[in-house]
Design a protein around this ligand. Structure first.
Ligand code: AMP
Length: 333
């Protein structure tokens, strides 16, 4: 894409990061071996950004060795994303550049071997809570890490191509984290970035099919939740999926949060959550969403964090559930 055709809004949004963009491009050129990392239990944005960036790097620097690592997705691998690379520990003994996307804290990076990198770059849109990098671009106003990374790639000085394949991955990231352009972080910049992605010729209908297709069995999970949810005194909706129920419904722990947005457009409900037992980690994984009130403060109180309207947290026992719901409830007094 020619730099002269770049819309003003993309140039402007990139200006505060101009010197970081220069440094990052320099590092990309310097290292022969690059690994892209992202957060555990990945979502559309984590994987879309990781795969989009890896594809862009392979397209523009075909002589470099580019890898993606971390846990595969329980449903979207291989439907939407390829299997992650499995690299032996020895691979990390030689110099490499780590680019970490869509995660703010080191403990949530899906592969701890990023710590062995000669240089670490962090590209993220979560509140900046921990510094473990040499160079960072962190901006919470972007609705998705993909939006942030595409802004960077388009603003890089030089002539680079944005392929249809890379654009498809980034589009998945943006659609995923903006809730199909519904969440308030969706901006004019989001749409202009999407315009650039669409111009590569991506097939958005095919993308939506792969992102949102469901099986008949999935309807039984939704039916269970509609029959068993609770609503607190001040309008916090929540459902609980214990281990036994997950087995009965034939779903994995990672899939427990899939139905959380059933409550997003219900009058009188200001926040909503899924609470899913995780027998592996012996805890209850919580996904919290909200219409307007920021809920990440409550998430932080319960070993979590995230965005104002979408956060994750953890309960060590179901005994903590009343206290957790009460904290959310207090937001709506
Ligand atoms: P989830 O409910 O797992 O989809 O997460 C919603 C958002 O909160 C995502 O952007 C996650 O990256 C973020 N998030 C989830 N859990 C945590 C955590 N323990 N610490 C910080 N951010 C989190």
């Amino acid at each position: 894409m020619k730099k002269t055709t770049l819309p003003e809004i993309i140039v402007k949004a990139g200006q505060p990061f101009a010197s970081e963009y220069d440094k990052i491009l320099k590092k990309i050129k310097e290292f022969k071996r690059i690994v892209i990392f992202r957060h555990i239990m990945p979502d559309f944005d984590a994987l879309g950004t990781q795969m989009g960036l890896a594809t862009w790097l392979k397209d523009n620097f075909p002589d470099k060795e580019i890898h993606v690592v971390g846990d595969n997705h329980v449903v979207f691998t291989p439907r939407l994303f390829p299997e992650m690379d499995s690299l032996k520990d020895e691979w990390f003994n030689d110099d490499f550049l780590a680019i970490i996307v869509d995660v703010s804290n080191a403990s949530r990076v899906a592969d701890p071997r990023f710590q062995k990198a000669k240089c670490i770059i962090k590209l993220d849109h979560h509140p900046d809570i921990e510094n473990f990098q040499e160079i960072k671009v962190v901006e919470t106003s972007f609705c998705a890490a993909s939006e942030l990374v595409v802004n960077m790639l388009l603003n890089f000085k030089g002539k680079y191509t944005l392929s249809k394949e890379a654009a498809s991955y980034f589009y998945i990231g943006i659609v995923g984290d903006s809730g199909r352009f519904l969440y308030s972080a969706t901006s004019a910049h989001t749409f202009v970035i999407c315009e650039q992605l669409l111009k590569t010729g991506i097939n958005i209908n095919a993308i939506y099919q792969k992102m949102y297709v469901k099986k008949i069995e999935d309807l039984y999970v939704t039916a269970y939740i509609l029959n068993h949810f609770n609503v607190s005194e001040h309008g916090v909706a929540y459902y609980v999926l214990d281990e036994k129920t997950q087995k009965e419904l034939n779903i994995t722990t990672e899939r427990g949060k899939e139905n959380v947005n059933l409550f997003s457009n219900i009058e009188g409900i200001g926040a909503w959550c899924s609470i899913t037992e995780d027998p592996k980690d012996q805890c209850w994984r919580v996904s919290i969403r909200s219409k307007e009130k920021p809920i990440n403060g409550v998430a932080t109180m319960f070993e979590g964090g995230g965005h104002a309207q979408a956060s994750g947290a953890k309960l060590n026992s179901l005994d903590d559930l009343p206290r957790f719901i009460n904290e959310l409830d207090k937001l709506f007094l």
